[in-house]
Write a protein that binds this ligand. Structure first.
Ligand SMILES: [Zn+2]
Length: 725
């Protein structure tokens, strides 16, 4: 039973376009008031339910065509009942606790529940509807409730503890020992070893946080939907591209309707020539959820206070100390120090960018925050004359994907072969992955296109994790999802260069899942990797996209087969650092804000009465300039107040230390397919899951600790003088 995985399926999966990452189970916040109570399901309700049958499909993929919405709830209930019985049998086993009858037994429990919830979690992301949305609101609290009950099961924990205490004499191999360590740690970090009275306090806090985060998330969704710009006049649509206008045209209202979702917002802020409307949208975006009845500020304060209290009960200085203990950064100070090393040159760069844009505007008006996107793009076009239409003909989806496969082959000796499997949607394409000797490694299923029923963003997930318990080897079913626009019938899918990077990124998560040689789901593939490491295997592969050797392979004109001119690639490379000061600053501002909310002690948190005032004080303290908004503000920072990223938003940038430094290893070898470097990468990263602590895995691959300089150079920033730390 992959406890962390089930927890990871909650709100986190619903709300974020972040991909791949499933943080280790920590004290869970999606608990609800639903008591552990009677769940029952009759045989009649399960009649003909495909989840109750063996799946006689290729590779054991779910029989998508026969699964109906009505099948989920009865199967979840049955899965919960089976899991409860399994857990009770483990907890009350009259035999003395052993590694097999306790730790492995827990790992193997909940098979049916995992089968249903994986399918449910995937389908609700790719092909949802109102009925499934309503089911989510019922099913996730039930799953969380079950996990909490297991974590606080006293008899069960006593057995885990007993096995843990014998660990030196058990003669466990490395994977067994790791499973024992992670399993025990999960219980301890949830508070299983505390007195009943403290456990009750923690449970109450979890319940309260859960309802607050739900309310926060609902406010966020409602406030995001509540505002729209309706455009009808020529001067209101000035600058907007045909693509964008097509996407936001509302037939019913006979108007172009621009809302506050991130991609519409960014596109409008970039393209619109109408300064007044830009300001209107900008303010609507950044002032979301600040008004009376949907004021998320109050909720953020209360959530931060409760998290601080819970951390104290668990024996930590702050929630951030608790969260970071199992991450690579290890302490909030280390994460903050790191962020500031990138923040300083980023902010300096941003100030230069501001000066350049004011120069472009002249003295017509004073440059302001709502001008940034628009003028940054103008400057980019002026300097690099690069637009997506120049590169798109060279970036055909099938070629790009084949390029990713070829990269994997050259690096790791693995091969992808297209296979005929019925997916969850007609656009799904499937590939079998084979190892160097031609043995089956896993199934890779891709779903590249946007549709109304699919959530935005790009992500990797699995329908089934790798495992090998009791000699029964199971190989993974891994998915990659993108949101490319469907081309008109008969026309090829041509991608933007940034989409190519996204494809390689998700492919990296995919390989992490597919190539794993770990036999326990708890730390196979991407599971069990700390949040500030899990993006590394994905971000690393993005570096290959712009290498001349790779462009030869995949970047060929869809009509002439001509390779993308190197001059175009060079311009892409230079242009990629354009506006990097701004992008770095808005990201780190949000990361610092997240850290500071969660570094509060109980006493400090109790003093805060105004979320925006706290935010202002924090950001001004770091020297943020008024023209830049943090990427998320406290009132709409759903990653941290409604999702699973609290004290973890910095992790994307932290992973970038690793990917920049990791790619440096190939550069130093003067071969992007260097066999020795690739062999270490395969063994210690893509095959190793969470076998050891992330810093050790990384060191084994790299031969040394990561250094921050390649990241700074990669963003076009000056590297600090020696001695700076
Ligand atoms: Zn990712």
């Amino acid at each position: 039973m992959k406890i962390s995985r089930l927890i990871g399926l909650g709100l986190i999966a619903l709300m974020l376009s972040a991909c791949g990452g499933k943080d280790e189970g920590s004290a869970t916040e999606e608990a609800t008031e639903a008591a552990v109570d009677e769940i029952s399901v009759s045989d009649a309700e399960l009649e003909g339910n495909p989840f109750m049958q063996e799946w006689d499909t290729p590779y054991g993929v779910p029989p998508f065509a026969v699964i109906e919405n009505a099948h989920y709830m009865p199967a979840v209930k049955k899965g919960i009942l089976e899991q409860r019985a399994e857990i009770e049998a483990i907890a009350n086993n009259p035999e003395a606790p052993t590694f097999e009858n306790t730790i492995v037994a827990i790992e193997a429990a909940g098979e049916l529940l995992t089968k249903v919830s994986s399918t449910f979690g995937n389908i609700t992301s790719t092909d949802t509807d109102d009925e499934l949305r309503a089911l989510e609101a019922q099913i996730y609290p039930m799953l969380t409730q079950e996990n909490n009950a297991i974590r606080f099961n006293q008899a069960l924990f006593a057995r885990v503890q007993a096995v843990y205490e014998q660990r030196e004499s058990l003669d466990l191999d490395e994977q067994d020992a790791r499973l024992l360590e992670l399993s025990h740690r999960g219980f301890i970090r949830s508070g299983a070893a505390l007195s009943p009275d403290v456990k009750q306090q923690i449970a109450d806090i979890n319940t309260e946080i859960s309802s607050l985060t739900t309310e926060y998330g609902q406010n966020w969704v409602l406030e995001t939907k509540a505002f729209t710009l309706e455009l009808t006049k020529d001067e209101e649509i000035a600058g907007l591209s045909d693509d964008f206008k097509g996407a936001v045209w509302d037939e019913e209202n006979e108007a172009w309707v621009v809302g506050l979702n991130r991609s519409s917002y960014e596109t409008f802020m970039v393209q619109s020539e109408n300064r007044e409307l830009r300001e209107k949208l900008f303010d609507a975006y950044r002032l979301r959820a600040t008004a009376e009845e949907r004021d998320n500020g109050k909720l953020a304060i209360r959530i931060a206070q409760l998290r601080a209290k819970r951390a104290e009960l668990l024996g930590y200085e702050s929630h951030a100390h608790y969260q970071l203990e199992t991450r690579m950064a290890k302490t909030p100070q280390a994460a903050e120090d790191f962020l500031l090393r990138v923040w300083r040159p980023g902010l300096e760069q941003a100030k230069l960018e501001r000066t350049d844009m004011q120069a472009m505007i002249g003295d017509e008006f004073t440059f302001a925050g709502h001008d940034w996107w628009h003028y940054a793009e103008k400057l980019r076009l002026e300097r690099y004359a690069l637009d997506d239409n120049a590169t798109k003909p060279y970036l055909k989806l099938e070629n790009v994907r084949a390029g990713a496969f070829e990269m994997a082959k050259r690096l790791f000796g693995v091969t992808f072969v297209e296979v005929d499997v019925e997916g969850w949607n007609p656009v799904v394409e499937s590939f079998e992955l084979k190892d160097t000797d031609g043995n089956h490694l896993g199934l890779f299923m891709t779903d590249m296109y946007a549709r109304d029923s699919k959530r935005g963003g790009a992500w990797m997930n699995d329908y089934r994790s790798a495992s090998n318990i009791g000699g029964e080897e199971v190989r993974p079913l891994i998915t990659n999802n993108l949101n490319l626009p469907q081309p008109p019938t008969g026309e090829p899918t041509l991608m933007r260069f940034s989409d190519v990077e996204t494809l390689f990124h998700e492919f990296g998560h995919g390989l992490h899942g597919l190539m794993t040689q770990i036999r326990y789901p708890t730390f196979a593939g991407t599971s069990g990797s700390p949040r500030d490491y899990v993006e590394f295997p994905a971000q690393l592969l993005e570096h290959w996209t712009s290498q001349p050797e790779m462009l030869e392979i995949y970047a060929r004109h869809y009509e002439t087969d001509e390779v993308m001119p190197i001059e175009l690639v060079e311009r892409i490379r230079l242009a990629s650092n354009h506006n990097q000061g701004f992008l770095t600053t808005e990201f780190i501002a949000a990361s610092l804000l997240d850290l500071r909310w969660h570094m509060l002690s109980v006493e400090e948190a109790a003093q805060i009465t105004d979320a925006r005032a706290f935010e202002k004080e924090v950001l001004e303290g770091y020297g943020l300039i008024p023209e830049i908004e943090p990427r998320y503000r406290s009132n709409y920072f759903s990653h941290i107040f409604a999702g699973g990223y609290s004290a973890g938003y910095y992790a994307y940038l932290w992973s970038e230390i690793l990917d920049a430094d990791g790619f440096e290893a190939f550069k130093q070898a003067e071969d992007i397919f260097d066999p020795a470097t690739a062999a270490r990468l395969k063994k210690w990263v893509y095959e190793a899951g969470g076998l050891r602590d992330a810093d050790e895995l990384y060191r084994n691959f790299r031969g040394q600790d990561p250094s921050i300089e390649p990241l700074l150079e990669g963003r076009g920033f000056a590297v600090e003088e020696a001695g700076g730390n």
